[in-house]
Design a protein around this ligand. Sequence first.
Ligand code: 13P
Length: 253
Amino acid sequence: MRQPLVAGNWKMNGSREGIFELLKGIREGVKDLAGVDIAVCPPYIYIPEVQGQLHGSPVSWGGQDLSLQQQGAYTGEVSGSMLLDFGCKYVIVGHSERRSYHAESDQQVAEKYQSALDVGLVPILCIGETLEQREQNATEDVVARQLDTVIARCGIAALKNGVIAYEPVWAIGTGKTATPEQAQQVHGFIRGMIAQHDSAVAEKIQILYGGSMKPSNAAELISKPDIDGGLIGGAALKAADFLDICKAASFQA
Ligand code: 13P
């Protein structure tokens, strides 16, 4: 049985003061929870603060991205080993906002996935289709291409130590959620694809859903057999909402 993971992607939100309150709420609330992995991914600059506040709690933390490079003259970049230096367990790679606003290609995302593994971080690989692609019935082709590029570059065994997040672009920040059936259909497809290479890896890997997941829809989504938790944007910015989603996941464990 896979233990669910609920990870908050704070994106470029928060302030020093706001984050202090948010973390305080999360730290208190998780005391009553079991059977669920929990993580938050703050903007880089807040990671030391998060480490200070979450150290010793069951909540992990991670980066929202990492550099393709290890170190050197790359202004503005942050490497995987730097994230590790501040206690990160996870790093998100290939979020659709990176793919679209920073033109990250499938190949670059695959390189980042490998860089994360190389330093011992757990990559959370985001894949998903746009509305236009869904309307053209290209959803499976798109997620297959995104995933295949990682498998070709890193090998199937590389998925043993990673997490996948299916994030339909049309559901991100829009309030529109994929129905549990729509999401399950794609999650099942992704797991089936991995199983064609290695059934043990397919059975083990956590596949999260992301895209307007909130307390009111989390339980139903996570009850689906191939949905192993969520990557949460907006609803991860309020402790009560984030904790309610964690609770919904913990009941399914
Ligand atoms: P929302 O939950 O705000 O739709 O964002 C989802 C997401 O992009 C998580 O990475």
